[in-house]
Ligand binder design. Structure first.
Ligand code: ADE
Length: 223
């Protein structure tokens, strides 16, 4: 079983995310184990200080090295992957999510403030991962996104194995439109071909819609 330790200053941000839906079921059924830790547990002063002013000046505060390094040194296991969530990391991709889903043990560090002391990255971080070109107030939601994205690659977490293979990004095409009952709703009918039972025609129609959608929304995927 994949074990994930998350280090954050805001552990409660993950409560709902980890309890709900498919991810919650995956954890409840032992397909993966997630432990969330409050970084302040590794502070040693009476104010539980996690940050300080940056050397060299500048706005904002920087996460101190001692608590994060002590935490990771305590939690790490031989061969574990220690990941820092940061907008200046390598972009999360399906390939990376899949690779991480096959590990035994991940430690996810979410940053806060204007950044973290470089010595944390230099000593206890193996990989830096970004979930996209925008900046969150802290890395905890990014850790949640990473966990959700990789959990889908763990066998048995998704109900049907099929839902993985058919999907956007495995094929490099965006999804086709889906419909369910009723066949007519407020005057809008489900495309005739989907009711036809002709699987070859349905496949053809779906593929055409995928190409059309991809060309309009993500032409970069077609190159
Ligand atoms: N922390 C803040 N913004 C982030 C991002 N885009 N990806 C990963 N971690 C982050």
């Amino acid at each position: 079983m994949l074990r994930i330790d998350v280090l954050t200053l805001f552990p409660r941000m993950l409560d709902g995310v980890l309890a709900e839906s498919i991810l919650g079921k995956g954890i409840a059924s032992g397909k993966l184990g997630v432990a969330v830790h409050d970084l302040r547990a590794w502070t040693t002063d009476k104010h539980r200080t996690a940050d300080d002013r940056p050397f060299g000046g500048g706005a904002g505060m920087v996460m101190k090295p001692e608590p994060a390094i002590a935490a990771i040194e305590q939690l790490q296991s031989p061969g574990c992957r220690r990941i820092y969530l940061t907008p200046d990391g390598v972009p999360l991709s399906p390939a990376l999510a899949e690779e991480l889903s096959r590990q035994q043990h991940l430690i996810l560090l979410s940053g806060h403030y204007e950044g973290i002391d470089q010595r944390i990255r230099d000593t206890v971080i193996d990989q830096e991962v970004s979930i996209g070109d925008y900046v969150l107030t802290n890395g905890t939601l990014a850790a949640a996104v990473l966990i959700d994205a990789l959990a889908r690659f763990i066998p048995g977490v998704l109900g049907e194995e099929k839902s993985l293979t058919h999907e956007s990004f495995t094929s490099k095409l965006l999804d086709f439109p889906q419909y369910t009952r009723p066949a007519e709703y407020r005057g809008m009918s489900v495309p005739e071909v989907l009711l036809s039972g002709n699987h070859a025609e349905i496949e053809k129609w779906r593929h055409a819609r995928q190409v059309e959608k991809t060309r309009s929304v993500r032409p970069d995927l077609l190159k």
